[in-house]
Design a protein. Structure first.
Length: 402
């Protein structure tokens, strides 16, 4: 039975394919994003700072920065990747130094609470039988007063969350479960995030009801993982920082062809097929625009002549104009009121997700009755639709041509 961690579960939520590469296939990658590299060095320096406090040794700020720089230089390797254009390793080195400087000025002499542990290992069960086990390392546990424990997490990420975001965070909520299992007498657990780049601190707490909901959700997710037979890739903005891009089905072809000479690249079967399809789609769009113009001109001609069918030597075109109602789109004003009406009248399933074409047809066929149809139409605007269809001319019509 696999033991799970918050990061392991988040990896599956983020991308099942990445989860498989890392936790099932145990594929390693030499690459490391520089954001992760910087964050690790900052964490290590803060760990040393708080470990020293156990022995009443407070590092000076120059000592903290020297420790960080020494770790940076000793751990640096050739496979650290920088994704953001225009930035250098020195830029990230400076960001880490600024994080530590701001943190030091905010909390020195670091006596706000008693440190219970740094990189504290937690292992706990989600169920009484011990079937579903979680583990993780807490950046720092501290105790500001009796029967109160703070769970600290250091973030060197380049975005600032909202309070709603941290209130929904799962990682520290899992750690609260572990803390309460280890120290059940604890009366209060506070979750604390330090967003170091912004010199900001966020606090949050979890009720027992919310922890129970998370526990059940997590067991269901673990059951899904353990019964899964496929692990499809899930594309997102995080793909740019993924260490498995070169073997991922979504990006592998890009890497396989990126080193080909230009003459060979253009002839590679997949590249050639994509280029051909793109050209055909562009042609199709162009033809579609031209067809719309011809249809509009044909409708104008038919209206001028007072006819509904126009003939050529080999084809005929049927032209119809009919009244219908145009309803507000997904992001238009009045959409919510229309959805509320349809749900109240029990008609929502007939036009699921409010396909406005289906809604217009439902009104036209009269199946909803006069009263409801009239009420629904108040949410739309009168609209005339044109219908044009071209047919091959039948033999009989051909014979009657002069």
């Amino acid at each position: 039975m696999m033991t799970y961690s918050p990061s392991r579960l988040d990896t599956y939520r983020q991308c099942p394919q990445k989860f498989k590469f890392h936790y099932i296939d145990h594929l390693s990658s030499p690459t490391e994003g520089i954001e992760s590299f910087m964050g690790s060095r900052v964490h290590e320096t803060l760990e040393r700072l708080y470990c020293g406090l156990r022995y009443n040794k407070v590092l000076s700020l120059p000592e903290v920065l020297a420790d960080y720089k020494q770790r940076w230089e000793s751990e640096w390797h050739d496979h650290v990747q920088i994704i953001r254009e225009g930035l250098t390793p020195d830029d990230y080195l400076y960001v880490g130094e600024q994080c530590l400087t701001d943190y030091y000025h905010r909390y020195a002499p670091f006596n706000q609470s008693r440190t219970l542990g740094v990189e504290y290992p937690l292992r706990f069960s989600l169920d009484p039988s011990g079937k579903y086990v979680m583990q993780g390392n807490v950046d720092r546990l501290s105790q500001p007063k009796e029967d109160v424990i703070w769970i600290h997490d250091y973030k060197a990420k380049g975005f600032l969350p909202t309070q709603d975001t941290v209130d929904a965070d799962r990682q520290l909520a899992y750690y609260q479960m572990g803390v309460q299992q280890l120290w059940p007498q604890t009366k209060e657990v506070v979750l604390v995030w330090h967003y170091l780049i912004f010199d900001r601190e966020f606090h949050s707490s979890r009720t027992q009801a919310s922890l129970e909901a998370l526990r059940q959700e997590t067991i269901a997710l673990i059951q899904e993982i353990e019964s899964a037979t496929t692990f499809p890739p899930k594309q997102s903005s995080l793909c740019d920082w993924c260490e498995y891009r070169n073997i991922c089905p979504l990006f592998r072809h890009l890497y396989e062809t990126s080193t080909l000479p230009k003459s060979t690249y253009e002839k590679e079967e997949g590249v050639a097929l994509v280029n051909r399809l793109a050209a055909l789609q562009a042609e199709e769009v162009s033809l579609g625009i031209e067809m719309d113009k011809v249809k509009e001109a044909l409708c104008a001609y038919a209206a001028q002549k007072g006819v509904e069918t126009v003939f050529s030597k080999t084809h005929k075109a049927r032209i119809r104009t009919y009244d219908n109602t145009q309803f507000p789109g997904r992001n238009d004003n009045g959409r919510q009121a229309l959805e509320t009406l349809l749900k109240r009248e029990g008609k929502w399933e007939e036009v699921s997700s409010l396909n406005t074409v289906a809604l217009s047809k439902a009104l036209q066929n009269g199946a909803w009755g006069l009263e409801l149809s009239s009420e629904v139409q108040k949410h739309g605007t009168p609209h005339k639709s044109l219908w044009v269809k071209v047919f091959p001319l039948d033999e009989g019509a051909k014979e009657h041509r002069f």
